[in-house]
Design a protein around this ligand. Structure first.
Ligand code: FAD
Ligand code: NAG
Length: 435
């Protein structure tokens, strides 16, 4: 039987041109699909306020869960290939630890990653260029509980996120995928049996499909309230800050690993090509229930051009304290900016990739839970497997839309989010350090 060769592939419309949407388009192409369209509401792509549009993202296989370690290591193999045009920088990932890193160390080790256990402050400091050791520009790491696991994983680093998304978008467009900006999808179009058969946009245009994939990231729950997705993909605002270095300063920090402190969620990157150092805290973040709304929706520079980039003042201070523990000299410098970036959180931290219950025409591909970007090269394989009803049953159960949510997986010390108080946002005056 040659049915797989001769039978026509379904027409697929993907909503959202972020990591989930574009990776899905890519993997459908790889499987011979010819009728793939991606719709995104942003006037210009990649969307400035998408989670995937960012200067950099951590690429790590350090997961307390062996399945993510395995998938991340597959993704890293892909990131190294020519297709990604050196978007991926393999500087190593330094994990400062607790119980979670004990598990992730074992998972990395079992999967063959190049890991080294670091059991003293001196061995941690040895992961940084020797010039930084002088004149107090590197933390002492003496607050670490040495009985817990800290380690370096040399198979990891960071990716230029926005550039990678742009490359993937151009790649799929060249191969025939229609990627249409300025298309705000408002409604699902259903057939007489209540099955999704297309979408309708704010401008009145409609797109027919055999399968509609919802990959709207943190906008997913708010865009389709009737699907009742709040408990599965909650929009939480996460705070990041940046420092602009001079080229001379950047030179001193450029041979550093990504540092992840799992005890606090703090992480800091080496400088980018534009000499910017970015850092953040991977935590519960903030919900934002806009006036007139009943669920959390992203508040960004697009929805709130005046203040959508500013983060809570208390978090700004905390970022400075955490930065001081790794790079004391940098913590004395003014920050060059902040950004509120929106996670799509599931309660258990696992993605939501599966068919919407009772609707064979509707697939969800979202809930990155703050850690999906690194999988960009392979994420869409899982979604394509769902569309083709052949996702590994264990993964299918784990990512199912209607699974029973387990407690948080321990990757973040806190996943409790607070409601954002916009009166407590920082402003330009807070970027300067005060002591
Ligand atoms: C601060 C921060 C740091 C992170 N760090 C890391 C990291 O270090 N490593 C890592 O692996 N992951 C990280 N992540 C997580 C990662 O960014 C996300 O998991 C991933 O980018 C999510 O991709 P997405 O496609 O779901 O969403 P998005 O990239 O947000 O894409 C959603 C798209 O949907 C579009 N859209 C919205 N509404 C509509 C509509 N009505 N109609 C049409 N289109 C619409 C938007 O314009 C957008 O382009 C981080 C996230 C944040 C916020
Ligand atoms: C986006 O679409 C609207 C109509 O829906 C139109 O007025 C606007 O000019 C479009 N923007 C771009 C950049 O095409």
């Amino acid at each position: 039987m040659s049915s797989s060769i001769s039978s026509p592939k379904p027409v697929v419309v993907i909503i959202g041109a972020g990591a989930f949407g574009l990776s899905t388009a890519y993997h459908l192409l790889e499987r011979g699909y010819t009728g793939v369209t991606v719709l995104d509401r942003a006037e210009h792509l990649p969307a400035v306020d998408a989670a995937s549009t960012d200067m950099n993202k951590v690429v790590r296989s350090c997961y307390g869960d062996p399945e993510y370690t395995r998938l991340a290591r597959q993704a890293i193999e892909e990131w190294r290939k020519d297709m990604w045009q050196n978007c991926y920088h393999e500087c190593g990932v330094l994990n400062l630890g607790d119980a979670y890193t004990e598990q992730s160390f074992n998972n990395d080790l079992n999967d063959g990653a190049k890991v080294e256990r670091l059991d003293s402050p001196a061995s941690i400091r040895a992961q940084f260029p020797s010039d930084l050791h002088n004149s107090g520009r590197l933390g002492t790491f003496t607050s670490l509980d040495i009985s817990s696991t800290s380690y370096i994983n040399h198979d990891g680093g960071w990716a230029e996120a926005e550039r990678a998304v742009g490359l993937l978008m151009e790649h799929v467009k060249k191969r025939g995928v229609k990627v249409l900006p300025n298309k705000t999808v408002q409604d699902l179009v259903k057939d007489e049996y209540g099955q999704t058969k297309g979408v309708r946009c704010a401008d009145g245009s409609e797109y027919d499909a055999n399968v509609v994939v919802l990959a709207l990231g943190s906008w997913t729950a708010g865009a389709f309230p009737s699907l009742k997705l709040t408990g599965k993909c909650l929009a939480t605002g996460q705070s990041i800050a940046m420092i602009q270095l001079t080229p001379e300063e950047a030179e001193e920090y450029c041979k550093t690993p990504v540092v992840l402190d799992f005890r606090t969620g703090f992480y800091v990157f080496p400088p980018t090509h534009r000499n910017v150092v970015k850092f953040a805290i991977h935590a519960g973040g903030y919900t934002y229930t806009a006036p007139g709304s009943t669920l959390s929706t992203p508040r960004t520079i697009v929805s709130d051009p005046e203040s959508g980039m500013w983060i809570p003042r208390s978090i700004l201070k905390e970022l400075r304290v955490q930065l001081r523990s790794v790079y004391p000299a940098l913590a004395e410098k003014p920050f060059s900016g902040t950004r509120m970036c929106w996670y799509t959180d599931s309660p258990d931290g696992d993605w939501v990739i599966g068919r919407y219950p009772g609707d064979s025409g509707l697939v969800l591909a979202t809930s990155g839970s703050g850690h999906a970007f690194k999988f960009l090269p392979i994420l869409g394989k899982l979604v394509a497997d769902v569309i083709e009803d052949k996702l590994d049953p264990k993964l299918a159960a784990r990512f199912a839309v209607d699974r029973e949510m387990k407690p948080p997986n321990g990757e973040r010390t806190s996943v409790v989010s607070q409601e954002l108080n916009i009166n407590e946002l920082c402003g330009p005056e807070d970027l300067i350090p005060t002591f």
